[in-house]
Design a protein around this ligand. Structure first.
Ligand SMILES: Nc1nc2c(ncn2[C@@H]2O[C@H](COP(=O)(O)OP(=O)(O)O)[C@@H](O)[C@H]2O)c(=O)[nH]1
Ligand SMILES: [Mg+2]
Length: 309
C-alpha cells in the first residue's frame, strides 16, 4: 500500500481521472479506517461537492436494489455517470457486507460509467459512519454525477440517511406487513419522493391510495421494478427534485455538520480508547471504586475539554 506522499498523490490523481481500481483501493483504506487514506482524501476534497446524492431507503425486501438497478440504466441512458454505495447491516460474525446487493446490480458490472460498492459500516447505527462520508467524496471526486446510497430503514430514527442525502427516495411496497406500522414508525415523515414498488401486486393500489390520503405535498409514484414499469415517471420526478434540492443551502450545511459530527465522534473515541489511563480505569469502575461519569469528566478535563455538565 502506498505510504509515501508521491504515491498518495498518484493515487488521488488516478481517482480524479475516474480510475476504478484506484478508487477501490482507496475505499478499502477508508473502510479499514487506515490513516494512509488521509493524504489522498485531503487532495480529493477540493474536487468534491458536485455529485447529486440520492438516498434510497425503506424496509428490507421492498425492492430498493432492484429499483436502483433500473435507475442506473435510466441515468446511464441520459449519459450520467453513476455510483452506488450499498450499506449493509454488518454481520456480527464476519463484519463484512452481504453479497446480495452486488449480485442484484450485476448487469452494470461491465459498464465503466457505473461504480458499485457495498460498504460495511461495522456497527455504525443507521449506516452513517465516517467511512460513508469518505466513500461519498471518493465517488464524487472520481466524477460520478449521481450517487445512490442504499440503506435499510424501518423507522424514522433508523433512517439517518435522511439527514444527509440531498434527495431522499423512500421505497415502500405492499406486503411489508401492517401498513399502520409504517405510520407509527414515522417513516412517512421522510422522503422527497415516495415510490410504491411491486405495483404488479393487487394490494399496491390500496397502499398508494392510503399514502395519498396521509402524505400531502410529496409525489407518490407507483412502480414495478421487476417489470420495469413506471420508471419514466419516477425518473422525471427525481430529476425535478435534484434540480430543486441543488440550491437548498440548508441541506448542504447539514451535510457538513453531520460529517464533522461523525469525525469528532471517531476522533474522540480513538483518543479515549488509545489512552492507557482509560484501560486502567475499567477495573476501578468494575469494582465500584469509581463511577464512569466522574471518570469521563476528569479524563476530559485532563485533555483540556469541557463536558456538558
Ligand atoms: N412482485 C414484485 N417483486 C419485486 C419487484 N421488485 C422487486 N421485487 C422482488 O422483491 C424482492 C426483494 O428485492 P430487493 O431489490 O432485494 O429489495 P431490497 O431489500 O429493498 O433491496 C426480490 O425477490 C425481488 O425480485 C416488483 O416490482 N414486483
Ligand atoms: Mg437491497
Amino acid at each position: 500500500l502506498p505510504r509515501n506522499s508521491f504515491s498518495e498523490r498518484a493515487l488521488a490523481e488516478k481517482v480524479l481521472k475516474g480510475d476504478l481500481r484506484s478508487a477501490s483501493r482507496l475505499l478499502t483504506l477508508v473502510e479499514n479506517r487506515d490513516p494512509a487514506a488521509l493524504p489522498a482524501l485531503k487532495i480529493l476534497y477540493p474536487h468534491t461537492g458536485k455529485a447529486h446524492l440520492i438516498g434510497v431507503t425503506g424496509p428490507a425486501g421492498v425492492g430498493k436494489s432492484t429499483l436502483i438497478n433500473l435507475l442506473i440504466s435510466a441515468f446511464r441512458k441520459k449519459r450520467k455517470s453513476v455510483g452506488v454505495l450499498a450499506i449493509d447491516p454488518s454481520s456480527p460474525l464476519t463484519g463484512g457486507a452481504i453479497l446480495g446487493d452486488r449480485l442484484r446490480m450485476r448487469p452494470h458490472f461491465l459498464d465503466k460509467g457505473v461504480f458499485i460498492r457495498s460498504l460495511a459500516t461495522r456497527g455504525a447505527w443507521g449506516g452513517i459512519s465516517p467511512a460513508l462520508f469518505d466513500a461519498i467524496h471518493i465517488l464524487d471526486a472520481m466524477g460520478k454525477e449521481i450517487i445512490f446510497i442504499e440503506t435499510v430503514g424501518v423507522g424514522q430514527d433508523e433512517v439517518q440517511i435522511a439527514r444527509l442525502a440531498e434527495t431522499l427516495l423512500l421505497v415502500l411496497s405492499p406486503g411489508i406487513g401492517d401498513e399502520v406500522q409504517i405510520l407509527k414508525a414515522g417513516l412517512l415523515e421522510i422522503g422527497d419522493i415516495i415510490a410504491v414498488n411491486k405495483g404488479d401486486l393487487n394490494e399496491a393500489d390500496l397502499l398508494v391510495q392510503q399514502l395519498q390520503e396521509t402524505v400531502l405535498g410529496r409525489p407518490i409514484v407507483k412502480v414495478a421494478a421487476a417489470e420495469e414499469e413506471g420508471l419514466s415517471t419516477l425518473v422525471s420526478q427525481l430529476e425535478k427534485k435534484l434540480i430543486e434540492n441543488r440550491s437548498d443551502r440548508a441541506r448542504k450545511i447539514n451535510f457538513v455538520r453531520e460529517e464533522i459530527q461523525e469525525l469528532l465522534r471517531e476522533a474522540l473515541v480513538q483518543e479515549g480508547l488509545s489512552d492507557p489511563l482509560v484501560a486502567r480505569q475499567v477495573e476501578r469502575i468494575l469494582s465500584r471504586k469509581q463511577d464512569p461519569y466522574s471518570f469521563i469528566r476528569s479524563w476530559m478535563k485532563k485533555k483540556g475539554l469541557k463536558t456538558f455538565s
